[in-house]
Design a protein around this ligand. Structure first.
Ligand code: ADP
Ligand code: MG
Length: 312
């Protein structure tokens, strides 16, 4: 549509989609993000870091504001057959706070946007927000806004976290140097094994609803999947120890994928040692029980929300 602005009459701009059809699967998630982002460049000098890290960095005086968004979609990121909805609320906050921690910053505010179908009751919404509230208490963040709309098929939660850090303390994916050592803050693969257990118990329940789920032995794994914690403690520990990581990222997609981001953004190669990768005993045994390679689960499982960082 033609519009008149303060700068005068503007010509109508029509963006014509071509007849060509290219599959998104050719690009994959990261390729698609690159494809989107290459058409944009920052226009404001305070946009210090845009697309491409765990959070955007906006300069604001001595400090920088950090901004990160994550969306959880029913059927893709969670299954309400085995996910208590209050845990889902908690997790949706934790995964965003984790991205702020990955920049070596402290989260302060969140906005929460939800799309709901008529399958959801007020009680369900209350339970979701009880989880959100519990995470707000735990991570000391304030819910300051959001959006509410309807959906035809299930629940979508999108949370944006705002955080703060001193410019000199911010850790980017791009800062790793040759001869740095790479560290991870906890064990890997347990959240993925928790998901395998929950999926198995769901199938058992579908085939016989009288069967009681047997998850006691797997409590740690299921907890890692359903109610992960953001490692905000590490940001304070690093500060207290006077350690400034050269690069940092949180592990949402899996160790291998996050190492690749650090390597690519820093222009370095990374060597890891399989016997040094931390795997919880129950996660290891459960992987074997499921005929899976424990190392593959630790490398590619994802959703551990541990921090991965390099230090000189
Ligand atoms: P993370 O796993 O840490 O949440 P993502 O892989 O989701 O990070 O995103 C990587 C980067 O791409 C981030 O800077 C994010 O803000 C950006 N990004 C993701 N999707 C889009 C999009 N649709 N448009 C613009 N930027 C995006
Ligand atoms: Mg991240």
């Amino acid at each position: 549509m033609a519009s008149s602005t303060a700068r005068g009459e503007q010509k109508p701009s029509i963006i014509q989609m071509s007849d060509k059809r290219s599959e998104i699967s050719q690009l994959g998630e990261f390729g698609l993000i690159d494809h989107i982002s290459e058409k944009f460049s920052p226009k404001n000098t305070n946009s210090v870091k845009g697309i491409g890290d765990d959070a955007a960095v906006i300069s604001a005086g001595d400090d920088c504001i950090l901004i990160s968004t994550d969306m959880l979609v029913e059927g893709i990121h969670f299954d309400l057959a085995y996910t208590p909805i209050q845990h889902l609320g908690y997790k949706a906050v934790a995964v965003n706070v984790s991205d702020i921690a990955a920049m070596n910053g402290v989260a302060e505010q969140i906005t929460v946007s939800i799309a709901l179908s008529n399958r959801f009751s007020i009680e369900a919404v209350d339970a979701l927000y009880a989880g959100i509230n519990s995470a707000c208490e735990n991570y000391k963040v304030d819910l300051v806004g959001g959006d509410t709309t309807s959906s035809v098929s299930g629940l979508i939660i999108s949370i944006t976290a705002l955080g703060r850090a001193k410019k000199e303390n911010i850790t980017y994916r791009s800062g790793a140097k040759v001869n740095d050592i790479i560290c991870v803050t906890g064990d890997l693969g347990a959240a993925f094994m928790g998901l395998q257990v929950l999926e198995r118990e769901k199938q058992v329940y579908i085939s016989d609803p009288n069967m009681q789920p047997n998850i006691e032995k797997y409590e740690y794994l299921v907890g890692r999947q359903l109610r992960p914690e953001a490692r905000t403690d590490i940001v304070f520990d690093l500060r207290e120890a006077g350690v400034q990581p050269s690069s940092m990222i949180d592990i949402s997609d899996g160790l291998a994928s996050e190492l690749f981001h650090i390597a690519k953004n820093s222009g370095v190669g990374i060597r890891i040692y399989d016997d040094k990768i931390p795997i919880d005993n129950v996660a290891f045994e459960t992987a074997v029980e499921f005929n899976l390679d424990p190392l593959t689960c630790a490398l590619n499982g994802g959703e551990d929300y541990e921090l991965l960082f390099t230090i000189s």
